[in-house]
Write a protein that binds this ligand. Sequence first.
Ligand SMILES: Nc1ncnc2c1ncn2[C@@H]1O[C@H](COP(=O)(O)OP(=O)(O)OP(=O)(O)O)[C@@H](O)[C@H]1O
Length: 284
Amino acid sequence: MTPPPPPPPSPPPSLGFVPSLDVRGLAYAYPDGHQALFGVDLTVERGERVALLGPNGAGKTTLALHLNGILTAGAGTVRVAGLPVEPANLAEIRRRVGIVFQDPDDQLFMPTVREDVAFGPAAAGVRGAELEEAVRRALRRVGMAEYADRPPHHLSFGQRRRAAVATVLVMEPEILVLDEPSSNLDPASRRELADVIRSLDVTVLMVTHDLPYALELCPRSVILSDGVVAADAPTGDLLADEELMRRHRLELPFGFDPTARPTRNPRAHRAVAPWGERPTPRES
Ligand SMILES: Nc1ncnc2c1ncn2[C@@H]1O[C@H](COP(=O)(O)OP(=O)(O)OP(=O)(O)O)[C@@H](O)[C@H]1O
């Protein structure tokens, strides 16, 4: 009798098709008992740019803080590139997931921009010419090379935001989580940061109330509302769904038409900023 054929080999555990982020049934209550998340499911594939939308208090920041283990899931699982977010994996997870906080001053605390950007890799043991080159590269990526020797507190808010992005990019993360990246930026700085984000070859999860920015940068959006995922669809479809938007307290800027195709001509694009002044008023 011939023996049965051996089973096919299992696929390698991590290569290729593992999503960047995989959140299953995530629930979380703060220590005071306030339940902020009630079973969130979210998968983000490698290289996707996804906007996380929702009204104040929906749980967006709470979800973001689970992605590199700043908060620990009360129930459910969070996986980053296949790795469960748990104490044994935190060093690796934090190398892979870079979070840019809303307030750049939370990330800039050294005497110069250069030292702030060097801080993470130096703590990871990078030294000498390799460290210098990594810092230079990160600052170049955000257009801040000439500010390397300035004290962060002498920079404008927009420059500090870009420096904060550099402190994260220098670690070469696979996943960039941006919390309100466009807040407090003037139109030119907002545009420049969009260009930086678009140029990066990473997975992006962008928490934002800036719906035109979400449409411009993220093909897909997820609405979080009262601690659950209320919608997950192409950004243009979500923003055009007036009933859905109303239900979740999401409002477009006056005169902004999410169905109007943005032009790809960068000079023409600049000419229509700021968004609220586009000459395409919608019937409401
Ligand atoms: N440290 C905390 N202790 C207790 N409750 C908290 C804490 N931080 C946030 N919360 C509560 O958890 C819920 C979700 O807050 P979270 O900051 O995640 O919302 P958000 O969607 O990011 O809101 P926003 O758009 O205003 O930034 C809110 O009801 C908030 O009051």
